[in-house]
Design a protein around this ligand. Structure first.
Ligand SMILES: Cc1cc2nc3c(=O)[nH]c(=O)nc-3n(C[C@H](O)[C@H](O)[C@H](O)COP(=O)(O)O)c2cc1C
Length: 200
């Protein structure tokens, strides 16, 4: 099985980068393949410009999409599943990833309206995993409703609403505590998520 990993963090010295590597080690050991879309390294353009905005609002599915967007859609189409790895910034993903959704989930690809069937999607993979690192503990994020809001936006709106059926979010939290035990157990979780990804 083949996995597309969308990664959004600017630093290779970050905890999130370690999470990416532990996760990928697990995927590799499970005998599966992957491809990484490192959005910062790609310098991915994250603003929806007037041309693409006009296309989206025109509701026509016939206009071509920009080359960089087409490349992302091709990477997704040749994959059996997708994983997003990013840090929680102000209770959501980094702007570069938000912009990736704005631009890659185009009308005519991620969604279109069929007169008989209603809203439909061409996105091939149906399985998605979201791994996010957080300064707050998972308990705090659950108690305050922030975790629920993150799941609602990411899993329900950005994934289930465009045809994904098997979706999961794992929050690797407590990183603001600067505690080695928490860090180790989060990295272990990332590795296991990689090993088990295509088993479940
Ligand atoms: C701009 C910014 C905003 C952040 N906002 C949040 C937040 O809303 N909730 C949270 O739990 N942590 C927040 N954090 C902490 C990061 O999630 C945490 O530093 C990251 O998960 C792990 O660090 P890394 O940057 O070394 O990968 C924020 C960090 C930055 C830089």
């Amino acid at each position: 099985m083949h996995l597309y990993v969308v990664y959004a963090h600017p630093s290779k010295h970050s905890f999130t980068y370690e999470v990416l590597n532990y996760f990928l080690k697990g995927v590799k050991e499970s005998g599966n393949t992957f491809e990484i879309g490192d959005l910062y390294e790609m310098n991915f353009k994250c603003e929806l410009d007037i041309g693409q905005y006009t296309h989206e609002m025109s509701r026509t599915t016939l206009m071509p999409v920009p080359d960089d967007v087409k490349k992302e859609q091709e990477k997704i189409q040749r994959s059996d599943a997708i994983t997003f790895i990013y840090p929680v910034w102000w209770s959501d993903c980094p702007g570069i990833l938000k912009g990736w959704f704005d631009r890659v989930w185009t009308n005519g690809y991620a969604y279109f309206y069929d007169e008989k069937a209603g809203r439909k999607s061409f996105i091939a993979p149906k399985k998605a995993l979201v791994i996010c690192t957080a300064g707050h503990t998972v308990e705090y994020l659950e108690e305050t409703g922030i975790a629920q809001s993150m799941r609602c936006i990411m899993l329900k709106d950005r994934l289930k609403n465009v045809g994904f059926t098997d979706v999961k979010m794992e929050i690797l939290g407590g990183m603001a505590n600067n505690n080695d035990f928490i860090k180790r157990s989060n990295l272990e979780k990332a590795y296991i998520l990689g090993v088990d990804f295509f088993k479940n």
